[in-house]
Design a protein around this ligand. Structure first.
Ligand code: AP5
Length: 230
């Protein structure tokens, strides 16, 4: 509640966006993190940033990302835990693309306990496998720090090839080629989708139909988050 200063109402909020590649996690994470004043932590964006800066972590991650496979748990966990622990995450975070394996989910719990928090809610954006290919092959991403996401049909920028938010160039990700999308979806189905039942069993899952216009998905996500903040 705005203006309140009680500890219960100012406790950090940790949200997780779960869903297949192309389900709309990045699109929705940007709006949700703004709305609820949370740090947006995208493991994919952190890897791509390392790649751009040519760090050792970036070079290691690239070998997996170019094949459409998951980066090993140990390096991924260390990178995300470090990011969550920085001061700009004190109000909480919107986790996008992490956790993606049971080991990552366990490590996240440990990390958040150390920060005095917990996973408050997991937002599962459900989209059928058939819709994913069309979404990813039509996606354009901006080169700016915010990595804003567009779609040539569903969410086009005002000016073709240019980000509405920061004016940087838009590009198509290498791993959005059809054969890599198939590998990524396969990785999701075998390694990540078991987390749906894991979090449902803990009473922390909200399931949202992601095959509707972006604004309607956002509306349901906002409502689910508001319900846990009450
Ligand atoms: P990452 O960058 O996380 O990719 P991803 O999970 O595959 O997810 P995407 O970014 O592709 O999709 P999204 O759900 O964010 O959809 P978006 O909003 O863009 O990971 C990349 C790689 O990094 C992995 O393959 C792995 O190698 C590595 N990695 C990352 N995290 C890891 C981890 N935790 N462990 C190990 N390895 C890890 O939307 C897609 C398109 O659809 C856009 O064009 C958008 O405009 C459009 N769209 C969105 N919503 C709608 C809608 N409702 N209707 C129509 N179109 C829509």
């Amino acid at each position: 509640m705005a203006g309140s200063s009680t500890s219960a109402q100012t406790a950090a909020l940790y949200l997780v966006l779960l869903g297949a590649p192309g389900a709309g996690k990045g699109t929705q994470a940007q709006v949700l993190s703004q709305k609820f004043g949370l740090l947006h932590v995208s493991s994919g964006d952190l890897f791509r940033d390392n790649l751009k800066r040519e760090t050792e972590l970036g070079k290691l991650a690239q070998t997996y990302m170019t094949r459409g496979e998951l980066v090993p748990d140990d390096v991924t966990i260390k990178m995300v835990a470090e990011r969550l622990g920085r001061p700009d995450g004190a109000a909480g975070a919107m986790l996008d693309g992490f956790p993606r394996t049971p080991a990552q989910a366990a490590a996240l719990e440990t990390t958040l306990v150390a920060l005095g928090g917990k996973v408050n809610l997991v937002l599962y954006i459900k989209v059928s496998p058939e819709a994913l290919m069309e979404r990813l092959t039509g996606r354009w991403t901006c080169r700016g720090a915010g990595a804003h996401v567009y779609h040539m049909k569903h969410n086009p920028p005002r000016q073709p090839g240019v980000c509405d938010v920061d004016g940087t160039e838009l590009y198509q990700r290498d791993d959005d080629m059809p054969e890599k999308v198939s590998t990524r979806v396969g990785e999701y189905l075998t390694k990540t989708s078991p987390l749906i039942e894991y979090y449902r069993g803990r009473g922390r899952l909200a399931e949202i139909d992601g095959e509707r216009p972006i604004e309607l998905v956002t509306k349901d996500l906002f409502a689910a988050v508001e319900a846990v903040r009450r």
